[in-house]
Design a protein around this ligand. Structure first.
Ligand SMILES: [Zn+2]
Length: 230
């Protein structure tokens, strides 16, 4: 009888431990284990290497990749909140440096139709709406607007296997401002990750083609070499 009782307690504890495994790596420790937490290091800053201002926060790693993917492909709220928090911090790095601006437009990098259909939502667009709400809650002087004005004009192949030159060719002319757009407020481009920068450069090109003012771009993560870790 007693053994049976102990067994059921053991089973109960085991199921508890299972419930408490890390969302990212599965380690049975906590929902967000110490190792994954250490790899998701918030260090919001301006990053170099582009002809326009770019800010980012978390060094891109296998953990960061998994966090972004869970948010992007599976809509996991916990990881989505992590991405939103770092994007907010990155955007603030850019806006802090600015003179008082009454309005700022946040323009998300568009997802391909295929990705939108697969996910059932447009990840960066959705995140940009959330960012706008959060930023407007905190700021009295500046109003932020989510402006999903970029669209994809041509079929782009997966960037991962391409060299930097191939990426540039692959993406050149890939974006356009399709809708009529009259706001003259300066723009911050929003994306989840910057690696080579070719996507952001193409977005800047497309926006400038329409004589829009681009303040810069913010991402949640950046490749390790771009971030100065303090
Ligand atoms: Zn973990």
């Amino acid at each position: 009888m007693l053994f049976k009782y102990l067994d059921s307690i053991r089973a109960g504890l085991a199921s508890l431990a299972f419930d408490c495994s890390c969302i990212i790596c599965g380690a049975s420790e906590s929902e967000f284990c110490i190792r994954c937490r250490a790899n998701w290091r918030s260090s919001p800053q301006r990053i170099s290497g582009e002809s326009f201002p770019v800010s980012s926060s978390v060094p891109y790693s296998e953990t960061a990749k998994a966090i972004v993917l869970l948010a992007k492909e599976n809509g996991v709220k916990f990881t989505r909140d992590l991405v939103v928090a770092e994007l907010l911090a990155a955007i603030k790095v850019l806006t802090r440096e600015l003179e008082l601006t009454r309005e700022i437009n946040l323009v998300p990098i568009p997802s391909s139709r295929k990705a939108r259909v697969r996910r059932g939502f447009d990840f960066i667009s959705q995140i940009t709406s959330t960012l706008t709400k959060e930023l407007n809650k905190e700021s009295d002087s500046t109003r932020f607007f989510a402006r999903p004005i970029l669209s994809i004009t041509k079929r782009v192949v997966d960037q991962s296997g391409l060299t930097e030159i191939q990426r540039r060719e692959n993406l050149f002319g890939a974006f356009e401002v399709a809708k009529p757009f009259n706001s003259t407020a300066p723009i911050i481009i929003v994306d989840d990750v910057i690696t080579t920068g070719s996507t952001l450069r193409e977005a800047v090109r497309a926006l400038k083609e329409r004589n829009l003012t681009v303040l810069g771009a913010s991402t949640a993560c950046a490749s390790q070499r771009r971030l100065l870790i303090r």
